[in-house]
Design a protein around this ligand. Sequence first.
Ligand code: ARG
Length: 231
Amino acid sequence: MNFSFLARYWPFYLNGAKNTILLAMFSVVLGTAIGLILSLMKLSKHRVPRFIATAYIEFIRGTPLLVQLFIIYYGLQSIGIRFPNVVWLSKLLGISFSDFMAGIVTLGINSGAYVGEIFRAGIQAVDKGQTEAARSLGMSQFMTMRYIVIPQAIRNILPALGNEFVVVIKESSIVSIIGIADLMYRADTVRGNTFQPFEPLIVAAVLYFLMTFPLSKLLAYIERRMRAGDK
Ligand code: ARG
């Protein structure tokens, strides 16, 4: 094992890690917004929004992320649609923003399907008796949701949502395929430059782990704190 390349390449790795974190953060925000809408559609009384949300979720979860990425990146380009290149952001990130955007949009669309189910399951897991009790006390449907159901649903949702963040950080490595300079892409470049097939990737794995492990520890902590009130 020879890690001497790190002396030269560590800023390169750090930049990749920064891009990975940015990518994951934007994607999770987009995914959460999409997921929220999908869950509301799924819980709707009407058939049409329910059907649309179900179709979206099943289709996105039933097709590979890589295929979705290629459809959005190459497919949209081939019909003349490109994401705008925001110059100052490109400069700030040191990468092509329009490519970066394709990555965010794909990961966001993908994650949204999973988040939608997280929200829906979290809300439905709140016992029906809670709603019935609130309603029989004279609370309106909105008040019941706002003061009784949602606060309890949050305890189901938050850990799963955090877990989704961990998943997105890891899955984001796939965007290296379309040339977004994330951590995986950087590691691959170092691998090519140094002719070392092994160590540069180990470094990437360790850096990914350093991102996900504290996050899951934090999640476990929050989960414990939320359960503390149960006893
Ligand atoms: N690796 C999976 C695929 O190729 C993507 C899973 C994404 N999961 C998620 N929770 N966002 O389809």
